[in-house]
Design a protein around this ligand. Structure first.
Ligand SMILES: Cc1ncc(COP(=O)(O)O)c(C=O)c1O
Length: 352
């Protein structure tokens, strides 16, 4: 076993309440369940999907205001990440850490040099000075990876400012926007022409709260990269049910965009309510713009273990670069579930 165990993820299938995977607390929306039921009754699973995914790309392009010819639909953002990293032909992968662990695992599995770049740590939290990216930026064989909003920090770097900086780099960048729909100050649109050296990764599993369906996409204006991705992906990488749902998201665009709006409003207000309570219990709670909170608390690991015995799963952050077992990531869920967490925390911490 190396310095860090491989492939650690949130998501606890056995927990009574799972705060360890970051899904939309309002989802999945009724409209989407109805679309899926229709897809199912049309027996879509009995046919291969259209391996060109023409209609799916068209629908995603309409919904996300971008160009269908630059989209590659994938089985979740996870597959988009794999394809983009492999097709990038990078030799060095610079990940802005702490970040989603797959990037390090994948780089190492591919024999690429993994080089972490760290958010700066100040007394009030984490922040990035884009000038910290200067060295990776000048690496022609480099791939800079940024999750925006960041998992696990919940921070957002203004997209326009970030893209403008990265567009001047010799390195390629992969910007993973898996949580962008759940952040009220973030744009939903991908935008047609993005800088040629940037690959955007999107997920439909987070905001639709359908992680089992596996739907996401990769977006790039770089035709050579697109061709490599097309050649690498397995022909029917998105299953027929996910394809059928994706083809319908532009038909129900208005409803789904108001669902995103409602989700964002709920997340913002509930996250701030939970933040205040956690602070009153003595935890250090970091700034977040999205559907999870990173907290720091002495004895974090023991707290996570005791809560798990009570059926509540939280994400111990010791596997994240730059964090340790005193950091915990908590997904925002319903008020009832969040209250149950707070009451359990009080018991475990012996306060209140
Ligand atoms: C930053 C980030 N990117 C990608 C993914 C994978 O998402 P998907 O379920 O769409 O594959 C996750 C899942 O946790 C994530 O946190």
């Amino acid at each position: 076993m190396g310095e860090k165990p491989m492939r650690i993820h949130g998501g606890d299938r056995e927990a009574r309440i799972d705060f360890s995977s970051n899904l939309n607390p309002l989802g999945p929306p009724k409209t989407v369940l109805e679309i899926l039921a229709t897809c199912f009754s049309q027996r879509v699973l009995e046919k291969y999907p259209d391996y060109t995914y023409r209609d799916l790309k068209r629908s995603l392009a309409r919904f996300y205001r971008c160009k269908e010819e630059y989209i590659v639909p994938t089985a979740g953002a996870g597959e988009a990440i794999n394809l983009a990293v492999i097709a990038s032909k990078a030799r060095r992968v610079y990940v802005l850490e702490p970040s989603y662990g797959e990037y390090e695992d994948l780089s190492k599995a591919l024999g690429l040099e993994y080089r972490p770049i760290f958010y700066r740590r100040t007394s009030d939290g984490f922040h990035i000075d884009l000038s910290d990216l200067q060295k990776p930026c000048s690496d022609r064989d480099g791939l800079i990876v940024i999750t925006n909003p960041s998992n696990p920090l919940g921070l957002y770097i203004d997209r326009e400012r970030l893209f403008s900086y990265l567009s001047n780099c010799s390195a390629r960048s992969l910007v993973d926007e898996a949580y962008i729909e759940l952040c009220s100050r973030c744009p939903i649109e991908v935008g047609g022409e993005i800088p040629k050296n940037i690959v955007v990764v999107r997920s439909l599993t987070k905001w639709l709260s359908l992680p089992g369906l596996r739907l996401g996409f990769l977006y790039t204006n770089d035709i050579d990269l697109l061709e490599r991705v097309e050649a690498l992906r397995q022909p029917w990488n998105v299953n027929s049910l996910a394809e059928c749902l994706g083809k319908n998201i532009s038909v129900y665009e208005q409803e789904l965009k108001s669902f995103i709006q409602r989700s964002r409003e709920y997340i913002d207000s509930e996250r701030e309510r939970v933040r205040k309570i956690l602070e009153s219990l003595g935890a250090k709670v970091f700034e977040s713009v999205t559907n999870f909170l990173l907290i720091k608390i002495d004895g974090g690991r023991q707290i996570v273990e005791k809560l798990r015995e009570m059926g509540l799963a939280l994400r111990d952050c010791s596997s994240f670069r730059g964090l340790d077992s005193n950091y915990i990531r908590i997904a925002i869920r319903s008020p009832r579930e969040n209250n149950e967490l707070v009451e359990a925390l009080k018991i475990v911490m012996g306060v209140g």
